[in-house]
Design a binder for this molecule. Structure first.
Ligand code: PGA
Length: 250
């Protein structure tokens, strides 16, 4: 199980450190549950320091796919790993929607992150009109296949997939446990076809989209739901802690 907080463009130097400390406390009894937080890029350093010596892992929210050079404003995978990042979120729907990120770019980021020793949390998910048209599997299959194209995978923990139906992100609307389970199982089958049983069985497939303490357990208990990528509910340590506890009980 992996419970990861996506802080998006929230917090500042002092509030990020306070939140990180709170998450460490909430994770003390996390047992076998892996916990991670993904603060905004300028705060990775201070949050990384706050997390030192704890079991909570650091993740970034985005990166660029080139090693280094004249790319004003961009952040390389190597910079992230030198900051102590374990994870990097790639292809979040907000990046696809507001910053025009394409499947081709997502694939470049995925491959570059793995090369730098990071674990990409690859986000996929359909929009509401696509689900209404019955095209959700087609959309997600294309996103997964593009993202993983040409990737060399040695272990099941070298990448993570997060299924985040766009209509459930930040809307308070959650996929039903059956909808989540159905899509997660489908994604695992796609990974099985490409990488075989060992990788597919060990892969963490996270659910994201308005996960909160009141719905965490019914989602996390599903066979193919191996954790959560949590936005809004990760910004308060005690609420995030309740989701960690729900995962820990299962
Ligand atoms: P949410 O965001 O939990 O606020 O819906 C999840 C995400 O976008 O990763």
């Amino acid at each position: 199980m992996l419970i990861a907080g996506n802080w998006k463009m929230n917090t500042d130097v002092s509030s990020s450190v306070e939140l990180a400390r709170g998450v460490i406390q909430e994770s003390e009894h996390a047992g076998a549950v892996n916990v991670a937080v993904c603060p905004p890029a300028p705060l990775l350093s201070v949050v990384g320091e706050a997390l030192a010596g704890s079991h909570v892992r650091l993740g970034a929210q985005n990166m660029y796919w080139v090693d280094s050079g004249a790319f004003t404003g961009e952040i390389s995978a190597q910079m992230l790993s030198s900051l102590g990042c374990h994870y990097v979120i790639v292809g979040h729907s907000e990046r696809r929607q507001y910053f025009g990120e394409t499947d081709v770019e997502v694939n470049k980021k995925v491959r570059q992150s793995v090369k730098a020793g990071l674990v990409p949390i690859i986000c996929v998910g359909e929009r509401l009109n696509q689900r209404k048209a019955g095209k959700e599997q087609e959309v997600v299959a294309a996103q997964v296949q593009h993202a993983l194209e040409g990737m060399e995978v040695r272990a099941s923990d070298s990448f993570v997939i997060a299924y985040e139906p766009v209509w459930a992100i930040g809307t308070g609307e959650t996929a039903t446990p059956e909808q989540a389970q159905g899509m997660h199982k489908f994604i695992r089958t796609l990974v099985r076809q490409q990488f075989g049983n060992q990788i597919a069985d060990g892969l963490h497939i996270l659910y994201g989209g308005s996960m909160k303490p009141s719905n965490a357990e019914e989602l996390l208990i599903q066979n193919d739901v191996d954790g959560g990528l949590i936005g809004g509910a990760s910004l308060k340590a005690d609420i995030f802690g309740q989701i960690i506890q729900a995962a820990q009980k299962l």
